[in-house]
Design a protein around this ligand. Structure first.
Ligand code: AMP
Length: 128
């Protein structure tokens, strides 16, 4: 269960369905702790999502409730996927959206990996 104040995990969310193999994804990596697949609506030449196998709503949930092994395994997978995609030499961006203000659409914790071109400012300049 997520910590108090966070929504319960929704087993029907799209990434839960991808994990269960109910809908297709273009997977680039899978291991004990994480899977990675291409984003369906890429925002950069390389745009891959890395998600834990465990049922966590967001970073807030994952960082509170996941085991040390899951946390270590997940973040090692994020770094490994970026390397395997050939992004290390020129650099990349890893980003997670959390909750309403973060713009999170899918309620299963995920990290976006963007690369393949200079990515510009960290946050669009639409006002502080
Ligand atoms: P977020 O706004 O951080 O929750 O990002 C959710 C991301 O999931 C978006 O970039 C979507 O394009 C992506 N997405 C949604 N459905 C799928 C899908 N079936 N396969 C791959 N990526 C998806």
């Amino acid at each position: 269960m997520p910590p108090t104040g966070l929504p319960p995990y929704d087993e029907s969310n799209i990434f839960a369905r991808i994990l269960r193999g109910e809908i297709p994804s273009r997977r680039v990596h899978e291991d004990e702790f994480a899977i990675a697949f291409h984003d369906i609506n890429p925002q950069a030449p390389v745009h891959v999502l890395v998600i834990p196998r465990g049922a966590y709503v967001s970073l807030a949930d994952f960082s509170t409730s996941a085991s040390e092994a899951e946390i270590a395994g997940f973040w090692r997978a994020v770094g490994r996927v970026a390397k395997e995609l050939g992004l290390e030499a020129q650099g990349y961006r890893a980003l997670t959206n959390m909750g309403e203000h973060g713009g999170q659409e899918v309620p299963h914790f995920h990290v976006h990996l963007f690369g393949g071109r200079p990515l510009g400012r960290m946050v669009p300049a639409s006002g502080a």
